[in-house]
Design a protein around this ligand. Structure first.
Ligand code: PGA
Length: 264
């Protein structure tokens, strides 16, 4: 039996002010029946400035709240950074970590992403760790090697986790996002996405055991839209999607959730 609840996660990137985010939440009030389906979790990851005051608003329409990055240290002299405790304080349920844009433009390393994931879990925030290959890596046949390196960095740190406080390792979410598919309109074939998702689950099984592997959710991301989301999420190892562009309009976001809610 599949114990994994489907997750439809919007990544707003650097779009929307706090006011615009509040308006978005208000517009969702008309769609409560669709958003409140028990078999799907809906999530919006907003810019930092929109987080405050949004959690309760979104909870009323059955949507969870997330951030898009955080710092790996607990606190300290890190000008401009935001900690896990700060995200928890404003009601974040989730945090996206190691998105390819963070890795590419802000030089986030595998080691830093792994540490962030550990710190997030300890703070009771579910990490969505993003992994994926570039076009040239794919063409060179390196997809599995790249994804293994990125995922194993996190799994190895989780294996050595001393503290049992916060959430368990099984709460971890991994988002497979081939970089060439992000924001390009060129989505991966569903069979390729399923292959990589199954590969990721096998890495979790090797590192953390079968029970955890059955509970960890793997998402697909990269040019997902209401028209194609079902084709991905009906794959056996794909438990949802991480969506950029198509999550920015309320009607489109609701349509994404609706498409997934009809799957068993
Ligand atoms: P996209 O972005 O849906 O606009 O391709 C996905 C992402 O970056 O998470």
């Amino acid at each position: 039996m599949n114990v994994r609840k489907k997750l439809v996660a919007g990544n707003w990137k650097m779009y929307k002010t706090s006011r615009e985010a509040q308006m978005f939440a208000q517009e969702l009030e008309g769609y409560k029946n669709t958003l409140g389906k028990p078999n799907v979790e809906a999530l919006i990851c907003t810019p930092f400035t929109a987080l405050y005051g949004l959690h309760d608003r979104l909870a009323q329409v059955y949507v969870k709240l997330g951030a898009q990055t955080m710092h790996e240290e607990i606190q300290g002299a890190f000008t401009g950074e935001v900690s896990a405790a700060m995200l928890q304080d404003v009601g974040c349920d989730y945090v996206i970590l190691g998105h390819s844009e963070r890795r590419q433009y802000f030089a986030e390393s595998d080691a830093a992403v792994a540490k962030k994931a550990l710190v997030a879990l300890a703070a009771g925030i579910v990490p969505i760790v993003c992994v994926g290959e570039t076009l040239s890596e794919r063409e060179a046949g390196e997809t599995r090697a790249v994804v293994s390196r990125q995922v194993n960095a996190v799994l190895e740190l989780l294996q050595t986790r001393a503290s049992q406080s916060g959430l368990s390792e099984a709460e971890l979410v991994v988002a497979y996002e081939p970089i060439w598919a992000i924001g390009t309109g060129k989505s991966s074939s569903t069979s390729d996405a399923q292959d990589v998702a199954a590969w990721i689950r096998s890495l979790v099984k090797t590192a953390l055991g079968e029970q955890t592997a059955e509970r960890v959710r793997v998402l697909y991301g990269g040019s997902v839209k209401p028209e194609n989301i079902k084709l991905y999420v009906e794959q056996p190892d794909i438990d949802g999607a991480l969506i950029g562009g198509a999550s920015l309009q309320p009607a489109s976001f609701v349509a994404l959730v609706e498409q997934v809610s009809v799957l068993s």
